[in-house]
Write a protein that binds this ligand. Sequence first.
Ligand SMILES: [Zn+2]
Ligand SMILES: [Zn+2]
Length: 150
Amino acid sequence: MDDELVYCGKCGETKPRSAFYSLQHSTAPRRPCKACLLADKRARYATQDGDRISHAQVLREKYNLTPRQYEAMLKAQQGLCAICRKPETARGRGGAPRRLAVDHDHRTGEIRKLLCQRCNLVTWAVEENPDLLDAIRYYLLSYQRGFPPR
Ligand SMILES: [Zn+2]
Ligand SMILES: [Zn+2]
């Protein structure tokens, strides 16, 4: 019985029965094998850690974009933000420059262009409140000399 060999379709290995747990209420081996279950668990844990989520995964899950599509957008914009025309200056937690953010219409999900973090934030805020830009302009103007104009 101990010599029973079981095939795990996940890692493609044939292992002794002891490398597998049992199915509930049964003595039948539970697939995949213990090692594969552990690897799965580790992978799930790793993706819960924000820093380890790969850029490709974010693109796929949030925007339904492939890395290739992202690179094409980046190239079309010469690697610059579509609004301020500058490269991203913000840095991530690891100190590496962040990638330009994918701007999208929050209601329709339509992908627009790649924006730097600052422009992305302002765009989002103005989209939420179209009067905001005028209010900011007025606010800044009010601190300039000779305001209000006579
Ligand atoms: Zn396995
Ligand atoms: Zn920008």
